[in-house]
Design a protein around this ligand. Sequence first.
Ligand SMILES: [Zn+2]
Length: 189
Amino acid sequence: MISEIVDNRRLGTFLSSIDADLAARAKAKGCAHCGGTLHSATYARKPRGLPDSSEQTDWRRHSFCCQTCRRRTTPASVRFLGRRFYAGTVVVLMPAMDDGVTNRRIEELRHVLGVHRRTLLRWRHWWRTAFAVTPFWSVARSSLVPPPNVTALPAGLLKRFVGPDDTTRLVQCLRFLVPLHSPYGDHNC
Ligand SMILES: [Zn+2]
């Protein structure tokens, strides 16, 4: 299941189109610092933790540079969780497997993605501690019925989405998480 989703080119294309949409909206808003016009300053960024076959996927990170103040604006992305290096898909998926962190599954993760058990446990810990106290979660959780228990994160979150297949549910979940990302970088171009 993991390799199927991560390797799914349709998913990669779909996530790219969501990111393009988020980027277009950020560009239309203009510079968050001075309101100036934004110019494209997209850069290549290959997230770690993906199999080689995802090389064909478009991993360019949308970014803009202000014509006036020269500061960079990096829009929200469903493919990149903030400054984390792992693809959003992997970050959500991996700890969600915690219902069955069997040795066989760990072997699969290690083989397909090069993710070790301690990394998995570290991510799960992040969901239940750092994520659980974000202002985003304190508001967003009430929109889910019933709100997932912190000790069930992130699997409990993923279960709240009811698409026809795993890929659709994952995309819904990632879209839901978009406001969590810091939408704007504040360093200069
Ligand atoms: Zn500006």
